[in-house]
Design a binder for this molecule. Structure first.
Ligand SMILES: [Zn+2]
Length: 919
């Protein structure tokens, strides 16, 4: 794609080079090409484009001249719209939304790209057009401070009373990030963070805390630093030359939003304003051993980069990764089939365990009322079992053979995994020494660190960390319930902190049929940056249970892990990171310790405005220092730049409702634990009332008087429904029938799921399948074409229909009572509705187009999100027994359920509160 040809002398053309992230200049007549822009003296055109003016070949003299030209560009040409519009966007991958492109017009062209979902009618359709019309009172356009070529945010107000929520809204990207035109030194589409890595609750930052508090909006950064890459996602560039430019004062990393000064010899840090020397080797191409092109450096063109860290970033050399599997072999674990499924999955996944450097070691400890160690001497075919039943002070038999090299002792490990099921198949032992088993596992791997992967099917009952069934059904639904969601024993937090110090991360796979105290056990993953997975009433004799468990356990084992990690977030002067949510241990005020960083985990960071911000934009930068499982020390850096504003309407117009909901989910869980569940619910409603009240009084003509309308800005009009979804979520919902284990697990999900998974978890997807358009379920340009999501109301269910409801953790196939036999035959291979059974199911793949399309939609639903989760599919007949039907219908959050509002009731309630309070 030719680009910025307007600025080139005649006979030259420029091509974007995605590999080097800069333009290649070609003389068309000769075919000669060069990285440096050709001399422009013969053409009276503006200086070369923003970021690719610098060249490698020239001496210092020419470098200085080119930097100077760039500075002139910034000062003099920012308002030259003709110039800007001539700047075309380099090719961007179709699948990704990247906000904050530097040049105007780039966003528009990005908007024209088709997102994952087929929604052309929506984006350009009549309904969307209507939203764009500005009401007389809401047009704040003229009041906006327009500075430095930055396009203002226009605020569109909507009346929530007469505009039903449209789920397609949630598929839209967050409000555009509109930076001043000179903020970024790169015009790469990857220069500012993609929302799947970093997204902020507001995309235009108020310059004062007074303005922020006037808006009542929360200010928080949602970070998913290690989101997994799906096919087609651009990889994170790796910088291998160990030249790392960091600010001397604030230690932030150079990024596309710094300024080069002093002829390019120094760079000004945008976080603390310090002027720093450019490192000596910054302009040297070590690979080719020649002068390099500074402007092609990944850290100046990409918001997300990874550095190979030099030795000064190491406390010790990168360690091998040790995995210790702790397998419950009590009667409950064996009889449910968990032991057999776990051993089979582990056996099948041995090749997927990260082991590139052949240093990975594995230990297996089984436990019931005693600990069973396995000595796997390399060279011998047998492994021997050593039983330790003194749980008070666990001694370690022959430690060298208990933790073995995965490659060298492969035969022994395979043999052992094949035999464990048989060894314990007749176990009638009841009881679980989980605490001592973990202590033993810790002793095995703590010198190096690694992962303790716990597979447990019962409540720990022996030794340290033993727990009691503390559930009193009478307190469910009362103000005492939150005590059941807090850890019952201090052992788990204390042990977790020991683990964190020794770089040991704990993952929990919990499969009990009865109370297991998920709230207490989840403490370990919480403080050691691990993950909790819960399979209530797991029974491997149901193939669906075995498949789900095997899939998720297998994915976790295979996950490329980052170990010995510490994460630090830095933000522009004037901003202070005030609290952190997610799975880690806060080692010092803002240093988060993470023994292992799993993929696709989200963290929310609250931010305060401490001093008036004078800069036109701010930065938030996350850096994670870690070792890869291939033995390299690395630093991942993610930089997000956001403009500042003195205008309240811009604050509202830039608000990201999904980031706000993600943050509020974390706050709701925090409050459920520190206070009571009802406090958490009340705080959610109050927050919504506050924001709506502030909006009404500052942005509408009604001011603080009573109004028949409930006005809110269009970009947040799904927020009340997302809040209602949170109020109805298992983790927060008012009910006396929710088992504490289910609540506690919901809390784990609400505080760790990235937005992509969290949104369906609080606002499920709902599709009508029986009448989906012909192309749905077939392969389109971006994979399987999905039907359009429906509003979450049972009014949409028809008696002859087939519907899919999906919350990312479970899927429900709802079958209407009057579904025609042909439909039942086509989908289920059964003669009639009566022959169909409720419950977990695997759909047959039949020789008819409809069956194939339905299967394709379900498969796509499972695959389209990141993360290891494999949702169960439940068949729910319209006349299904109460519990299952209610569960499925509880996903339709716009309906009234139990005692909790319907969406219209909720909005009406909010309106009443807003009218009754003055702001
Ligand atoms: Zn600095």
């Amino acid at each position: 794609m030719a680009s910025n040809n307007n600025q080139l002398p005649p006979g030259w053309t420029a091509e974007w080079n995605p590999e080097n992230q800069c333009y290649l200049f070609i003389e068309t007549a000769t075919g000669h090409s060069q990285w440096e822009p050709p001399a422009t003296s013969q053409a009276p055109s503006p200086p070369p484009p923003v970021s690719h003016a610098g060249g490698g070949g020239g001496g210092l003299q020419s470098k200085r001249r080119q930097y100077a030209a760039k500075a002139a560009y910034n000062d003099d040409y920012t308002d030259n719209s003709g110039y800007m519009s001539g700047l075309q966007q380099p090719p961007a991958p179709q699948q990704l939304f990247t906000p904050g492109l530097a040049g105007s017009g780039q966003f528009a062209s990005q908007q024209n790209q088709q997102p994952h979902y087929p929604q052309p009618d929506y984006i350009n359709g009549p309904a969307y057009q209507q939203q764009q019309q500005m009401g007389a009172m809401t047009d704040q356009f003229s009041q906006m401070g327009v500075n430095q070529g930055q396009r203002p945010y226009a605020l569109h107000t909507t009346n929530l009373m007469d505009k039903p929520p449209d789920p397609r809204e949630l598929l839209r990207p967050p409000p555009e990030i509109r930076l001043p035109s000179n903020a970024c030194i790169s015009d790469s589409p990857f220069a500012n963070a993609d929302p799947s890595y970093h997204r902020c609750t507001i995309n235009a930052i108020p310059t004062t805390s007074a303005l922020l508090s006037k808006s009542k909006l929360p200010f928080a950064l949602v970070s998913t630093p290690y989101r997994s890459l799906k096919e087609g996602d651009p990889p994170v560039p790796l910088i291998t030359d160990t030249v790392i430019a960091r600010c001397r004062r604030c230690r932030s990393y150079i990024n596309p939003f710094v300024q080069f000064v002093d002829g390019g010899n120094r760079w000004r840090c945008t976080i603390c304003n310090m002027s720093n020397e450019v490192p000596q080797m910054f302009d040297w191409d070590q690979e080719r051993n020649q002068a390099g092109n500074r402007w092609a450096r990944a850290e100046l063109n990409h918001s997300v980069v990874e550095y190979v860290a030099p030795t000064e970033y190491m406390v010790r050399p990168p360690q091998p990764v040790f995995y210790c599997f702790l397998i419950d072999v009590s009667h409950a674990a064996v009889s449910s089939g968990m032991v057999a499924t776990a051993c089979r999955t582990l056996l099948e996944s041995l090749d997927r365990i990260p082991n590139d450097d052949k240093r990975t070691k594995v230990a297996i400890i089984c436990f019931d009322v005693a600990l069973h160690f396995f000595s796997m001497t390399p060279g011998s075919t047998e492994s021997s079992m050593l039983v330790v039943s003194d749980l008070d002070d666990v001694f370690m038999p022959k430690p060298t053979d208990l933790l073995v090299n995965l490659t060298e002792a492969r035969t022994q490990i395979e043999g052992l995994l094949g035999r464990i099921g048989d060894m314990f198949q007749d176990s009638h032992t009841i009881g679980s020494a989980l605490g001592p088993a973990m202590q033993a596992g810790y002793k095995l791997i703590s010198a190096v660190g690694g992962k303790l992967i716990v597979l447990s099917a019962s409540l720990p009952s022996l030794g340290e960390g033993s727990l009691k069934n503390r559930v009193d059904p009478k307190i469910l639904g009362t103000s005492k319930e939150s005590s059941l969601l807090q850890p019952a024993s201090s052992f788990y937090k204390t042990f977790a902190i020991d683990c964190s110090r020794s770089q040991v991360s704990v993952d929990m796979f919990l499969t009990s049929a009865t109370y297991q105290d998920v709230a207490t056990l989840a403490c370990l993953p919480h403080y050691t940056s691990g993950q909790t997975y819960f399979y209530p009433a797991f029974n491997a004799s149901k193939p669906e249970d075995a498949i789900k468990f095997a899939h998720e356990f297998g994915e976790v084992i295979a996950m490329p892990i980052m170990v010995e990690a510490v994460m630090r977030v830095r933000a522009t002067k004037g901003l202070r990171l005030s609290s952190f949510h997610g799975n880690f241990f806060v080692r010092s005020t803002d240093l988060l310790a993470m023994p292992a960083v799993p993929n696709d985990q989200s963290y929310a960071i609250e931010i305060q405005i401490e001093d008036t911000i004078t800069s036109p934009f701010v930065l938030m930068q996350t850096a994670i220092l870690h070792s890869t499982c291939t033995g390299e020390r690395r630093i991942r850096v993610i930089t997000l730049a956001l403009p500042t504003t003195t205008n309240l309407s811009e604050v509202y117009a830039s608000a990201d409702q999904i980031a706000i909901a993600t943050y509020l989910a974390n706050k709701a869980v925090e409050r459920s634990l520190s206070h009571k569940l009802e406090d958490a619910r009340e705080a959610l409603v109050n927050k919504m009332v506050e924001v709506l009240g502030a909006y009404k009084s500052t942005m509408t003509a009604a001011g603080s008087g009573a109004s028949a309308q409930l006005s809110f800005c269009d970009n947040m009009r799904m927020l009340p429904l997302l809040i209602l979804g949170l109020l109805k979520n298992v983790g927060v919902r008012q009910s006396s029938h929710i088992q504490p284990d289910l609540r506690a697990y919901a809390h784990c999900l609400l505080t760790t799921l990235p937005a992509q998974l969290l949104v369906p978890y609080i606002h499920p997807n709902f599709y009508s399948l029986h009448d989906m358009p012909q192309e749905c379920g077939t392969v389109g340009e971006h994979g399987i074409i999905m039907p359009e999501p429906l509003p979450l109301s049972s009014e949409r269910l028809v008696r002859h229909g087939l519907f899919l409801i999906d919350d990312g953790q479970s899927m429900f196939l709802w079958v209407g009572q009057d579904a025609v036999p042909q439909l039942i035959m086509d989908v289920f291979d059964l003669p009639s509705f009566e022959a169909l059974r409720n419950g977990k199911a695997t759909l047959p793949l039949l020789e008819n187009p409809f069956s194939q399309r339905v299967n394709a939609v379900i498969a796509k639903t499972r695959e389209m999100r990141r993360g290891p989760y494999y949702p169960h599919l439940y068949v729910v007949k319209q006349d299904a027994p109460g519990e299952l039907r209610l569960w499925a219908l509880s996903c339709l959050i716009q309906d009234r359920s139990d005692i909790i509002w319907s969406y219209p009731q909720f909005v009406d309630h909010l309106k009443g509160k807003v009218n009754g309070t003055s702001y």
